[in-house]
Design a protein around this ligand. Sequence first.
Ligand SMILES: Nc1ncnc2c1ncn2[C@@H]1O[C@H](COP(=O)(O)OP(=O)(O)O)[C@@H](O)[C@H]1O
Ligand SMILES: [Mg+2]
Length: 394
Amino acid sequence: MFFKRWFQRKPEHEDGHYRHGNEHLIELRRVVKTFETAAGKFTVLKGVDVSVDQGEFVAVIGKSGSGKSTLVNMITGIDHPTSGEVLVGDTAVHTLSESKMAVWRGRNLGIIFQFFQLLPTLSLIENVMLPMDFCNMFSSGERYKRALRLLEQVDMAEHAHKLPSAVSGGQAQRVAIARALANDPPILVADEPTGSLDSKTASSVFELFEGLISQGKTIVMVTHDNDLARRASRAVIVVDGQVTNQYVTRALPNLNVDQMTWVARQIERQTYEAGATIVTQGEMADRFYIITRGEVEIFLPHPDGQEIIVDRLGSGKYFGEIGLISEGTRTATVRATPDGEVEVATLSREAFGKLLQDSEETRDVMSRITHERIERDRSRDQQRTATRNMNGQT
Ligand SMILES: Nc1ncnc2c1ncn2[C@@H]1O[C@H](COP(=O)(O)OP(=O)(O)O)[C@@H](O)[C@H]1O
Ligand SMILES: [Mg+2]
């Protein structure tokens, strides 16, 4: 039902449903969250943009206190943004009243917490039936059978009539997942679902999520576990209440939470106009660049004195590493393409050096790519020389 509404987006504003031109299943736009505390105002989310497409498995990672829970609480409507928009399917979540929110959430989202939050006085199967009762989904005769099927899916059917206190943490989390699936929501939001489980149990719970992705669900999962985060299709990294640009994350996929947090704090953003020169061949290399918007062209000097374009790079690609790694001058000139502005995230020579020192994987990947780039330029040079010699002979 949710999907039907989502695909047949209606133009009218009613009950928080409106046409917002949102091409993503989940979208946070410029979300700010400020808490008023005894000590004063405290801004936890500082203008966050996040989008998630249908079928994605997104890991939300970041240090403790960075704002991960606050961020996912915006998606579930457990908490309201101070400003900004939260769009889920065709629902503007930030506009829903408390009462509408509860029903909307119950039907469209499955939520999983670190500490299961099963009701202690109800049996496991009663816990799974609860969301169906609450949202009045499925006929009352169907609910029991459906709950049992869901418990089978998470391998807990044989314990259906036990109380939560009679099963282990891993088992309780499986039941919590079954409960989250009760109303067949298209989206699951999980906040550290494996946080209180040992690594083997965590891995088996994670496998359940992977299975749900293959059934077409969309999952947003907060985790502090780097190994699990890598198995998701993409990571959203929260640093000091801000989300690290997704192209920076893509350009440096091998960093752990601490390393990425450090990098995010070192980054300086810069914008270049169409056609502007970003680095110049022959100058000393002093910065490393990751493209976050637009495209650049890489120029090498041609023996005739002209320049030739040897490559074109877009968002998520980096440049400027060759000169830094060789501690020398720029081997090429890089310019914004003539057709549009370019936005880059840059690191100083020192920060880049520390990054390579701290992350062996990044160092390996980068030296491989650098090697490929140097080889490419060299073979192009050789080809050119050969062509010239041939032309000379005729
Ligand atoms: N209701 C609240 N009132 C005041 N401060 C809060 C509240 N909720 C969270 N915070 C603060 O916001 C920061 C981020 O919290 P949280 O989103 O829970 O971080 P994370 O999940 O990444 O550990 C923390 O410093 C926390 O103390
Ligand atoms: Mg948290």
